[in-house]
Design a protein around this ligand. Sequence first.
Ligand SMILES: Nc1ncnc2c1ncn2[C@@H]1O[C@H](COP(=O)(O)OP(=O)(O)O)[C@@H](O)[C@H]1O
Ligand SMILES: [Mg+2]
Length: 392
Amino acid sequence: MDPRTNPYNPGAGLRPAALAGRDGDIQAFEILADRAERGLVGRSIVLSGLRGVGKTVLLSELAGRALERKWLVVQVEAEHTQPDHFSRALAAELANAARRQRSWLARVTDKVREALGSITSFQAAVGADGISLGFDRTPGRADSGNLQFDLVDLAETVGAAAREDRIGVVLFIDEMQDLTPEQMSAICRSCHRAGQAALPWFVIGGGLPNLPTRLAEAESYAERLFDYRRIDKLAPEDAATALTQPAAAQRVVWEPAATQFVLDESGGYPYFLQQFGKTVWDAAAGPDRIDLDDATIGVAVGQEELDLGFYSSRWERATKAEREFLRAMALDDGRPSRIGDVTERLGKASSQALGPARASLISKGIVYAPEHGAIAYTVPGMADFVRRRDDD
Ligand SMILES: Nc1ncnc2c1ncn2[C@@H]1O[C@H](COP(=O)(O)OP(=O)(O)O)[C@@H](O)[C@H]1O
Ligand SMILES: [Mg+2]
């Protein structure tokens, strides 16, 4: 069928035509926001899951909803290669969000002045002077240069100004597992303080499945601080919706056998549903039905595209030693591998010999540590890919 009208969008952070199966998570945010606007306390949210399950897309959806409520919205991505970058990005985005906050600029109350002053101080302290809010710094507020103190100050001052307006402040942080322990601790402290003072300052974080553990390691009370939501593959009925609804909007029907085939082949993972949806659509003769033959051909093409893109982009970044490591992991079929087992499979004397490869693969975002002494792929289906490669 016509690729020009293809409604599927495989790709990092690309909005799907049908955002399926996330109603519960959206609802959790809406309740948090409604409560905040009534002056009631709510817990910040952490979305965790493998790559390709739809965390970034969900963060964007929630950010859009916060913007519709005229909240102060800050969107940043953590970057482990440049930890300093985080504070600067935060300062710049906060300033930018404040600059767009019409209600504040129209009516500069004492609390607004203090909020804008502390954002200005924070910008200066971290060396992000790009955007000027046209306010004097608030001395002694958010200017220590230590994020653990400064973020608490920002929560207090910006949160107080927001509360006056019955809006909220929300920081969306993607790839949050890449923050340093100090940065995680700063985030926790700011939310903790906001909760104590009933200030509408929230963090919505997205990251790999080990993010909850990383947060708990940074601050022990983090376990109770956040509403932890696991973002995972879609349940069969939601996966079917993700696939069929975008087509139905164009009066194209998926035959049940075709739908079932793609559900099985994708395992319900959102990225794969978009990928297979796209290639099946392109492969189908049309004009208004997709049958099992179309699905079979389209999935084969889609699988090839995944191998050449989604998986290869990761494989190509791995060195020879790292690929050996990834191969040894594949024996566990996608379940987390014990480091001890990987060590043995590679014939090494001790797990220390694997330390550098492990660390490098983690920093490349290809694997993560689900728990102490274990290692797992960050993308679903990697074990099969590694085996497919070696069979070729
Ligand atoms: N709820 C959903 N329903 C259907 N497709 C989705 C859903 N969430 C994400 N996708 C699709 O999955 C792919 C990956 O989404 P993304 O947000 O980048 O995942 P992550 O950030 O978890 O790696 C994108 O192509 C997106 O369109
Ligand atoms: Mg993402």
